[in-house]
Design a protein around this ligand. Structure first.
Ligand code: PLP
Length: 478
């Protein structure tokens, strides 16, 4: 990454030392690591620093804590790659112009004759497409004419009830009347930005960030203020505070969990700290929770709106990553600005298509969503693990990669000077698609990075294609 922090924090260096002991076989899988206290004494550091190092190793799956027993080396068989460096984007707002390159990549990403490492869209076979289609067919048979109308602009009442009930399970108390159904998360984000910003305003975002979000900013004439972001723990709160102190920012737009492309997860304490800063500067938060349900652990992370129910937050999400991107069903939940939000929905699309909403409500009511989520989470976690192994054995030695605990994308960082655009041109010639890093910023960074999608069924073609990308990367660096 050509935007990097000068030197890693002490706990990172200590954690890297433990990883080296494991790589060199001095600490083997299953062995007990030193106690945190002994580790702190050995390195002459505070207990807090030692705990931070062990937490990091736990997050990376290198150590596991066993109750009342201590920390043990996990049974992973592959070498632990370094994580990408925390980003350090320029501290100024930029105009956004990503649409042309994005359209070009998307034209290949959607073409099945290219190996599917580009689009972050699960294959229909993995999602509940067939079951949902049966609900749609039934709804069309039973209610067809009744639903061939301009629907309530708020969306199907039953669907809103289902979404509200699921939110409550996470501690987010939003009544059905507080939920607005949208055409995917993209429309929710557009509505949220339309009620919080005016053209020319600045919006604070993670860096790197999802290119579709940059396209939305571009289309709305908004400027992007990119924030330093850690690949594991998300946005840097101090940097956010400093940035907001320097200039007027109209809104802050963050992923609630497992952001695209880093897969970082902001823990509850950091979420509280972020909200505190935003509240102090009176900056509304737009949170994109589209990947929240794809958590590999048992603890589905809570959105900001659940953690700080009275703060100025607009939650945006959809079923595009878990059930059906083609149905275009998303939603927005806010605790203020209801009239403006409804007016914006009217202006954008009048109302959503009624029948797919009814089918989705029926599907959720039928009760299989949680079992379905458990199944796809396992598939995505396995895909990520397999992809990491292939990257590990095929890519140049200095390649860093993320180790996400949710979602289905991997972010790779190659040495400075590596050009992922050139890799992309060569890969496209060989019918392999991925997304070069430059698309994830409004600035000029991340040219040495790339995103691989692990959202499709794992097969020999996917495995071969990742290995081939590794070979091409070796050739480019030679
Ligand atoms: C972070 C993020 N937000 C929003 C979207 C778009 O969601 P939808 O298809 O529901 O509009 C995507 C799609 O890739 C995404 O990755």
């Amino acid at each position: 990454m050509d935007q990097r922090t000068p030197s890693p924090p002490l706990y990172e260096t200590l954690a890297a030392g433990v990883t080296t002991l494991i790589d060199n076989g001095l600490l083997r899988p299953g062995m007990r690591a030193r106690s945190v206290r002994a580790f702190a004494a050995q390195h002459g550091v505070s207990l807090t620093t030692a705990v931070q190092a062990y937490r990091l190793l736990e997050d990376r799956g290198v150590l596991e804590a066993r109750p009342k027993s201590g920390f043990y080396v996990t049974q992973r068989s592959h070498r632990q790659r370094e994580l990408p460096t925390a980003s350090q984007p320029p501290q100024r707002a930029s105009t956004v112009a990503v649409s042309n390159p994005v359209f070009s990549v998307l034209s290949y990403a959607g073409d099945p004759s290219y190996a599917p490492l580009g689009c972050a869209i699960p294959s229909a076979g993995l999602l509940a497409a067939e079951r949902l289609d049966r609900h749609l067919a039934r709804c069309a048979r039973v209610h067809g004419r009744h639903y061939n109308i301009y629907a309530d602009p708020h969306g199907d009442a039953e669907l809103r009830g289902q979404i509200s009930a699921r939110a409550l399970r996470l501690g987010h108390a939003v009544p059905p009347e507080g939920v607005l159904i949208t055409n995917g998360c993209t429309e929710a984000l557009n509505i949220a930005l339309s009620v919080t910003t005016r053209p020319g305003d600045t919006v604070a975002i993670e860096s790197p960030t999802y290119f579709g979000l940059l396209q939305v900013l571009e289309a709305r004439g908004l400027r992007a203020l990119e924030l330093p972001t850690d690949p594991t723990s998300g946005v840097d709160v101090k940097a956010l505070d400093k940035a907001l102190g320097k200039r007027r920012v109209a809104a802050c737009l963050l992923a609630s969990s497992f952001n695209n492309p880093l897969g970082s997860r902001i823990d509850d304490a950091r979420k509280v700290a972020i909200i505190r800063v935003l509240t102090r500067y009176r900056v509304p938060l737009i949170e994109d929770d589209i990947y929240g349900d794809i958590s590999f652990g048992d603890d589905r992370p809570r959105p900001f709106a659940a953690i700080s129910p009275t703060a100025d937050i607009i939650l945006c999400s959809s079923f595009s990553k878990t059930i059906a991107p083609g149905y275009r069903i998303g939603w927005l939940a806010a605790n203020r600005r209801h009239d403006e939000i409804l007016a914006a929905k009217f202006a954008l699309s009048l109302s959503g298509a009624a029948l797919p909403q009814k089918a989705m409500a029926d599907f959720l009511k039928s009760g299989g969503y949680d079992a379905h989520l458990r199944r796809i989470r396992k598939v995505f976690a396995d895909n990520i693990d397999r992809m990491r192994r292939v990257v590990d054995r095929s890519f140049p030695r200095d390649t860093r990669m993320t180790d996400p605990k949710g979602g289905f994308v991997l972010w790779l960082e190659l040495p400075d000077g590596f050009d992922s655009d050139t890799l992309y041109q060569r890969a496209i010639r060989e019918r392999i698609c991925f997304v070069p890093g430059g698309l994830f910023t409004a600035g000029r960074g991340y040219r040495n990075c790339l995103r691989l999608s692990c959202s499709h069924d794992w097969d020999a073609r996917v495995e071969r294609s990742v290995a081939r990308l590794g070979e091409l990367a070796h050739e480019l660096l030679a």
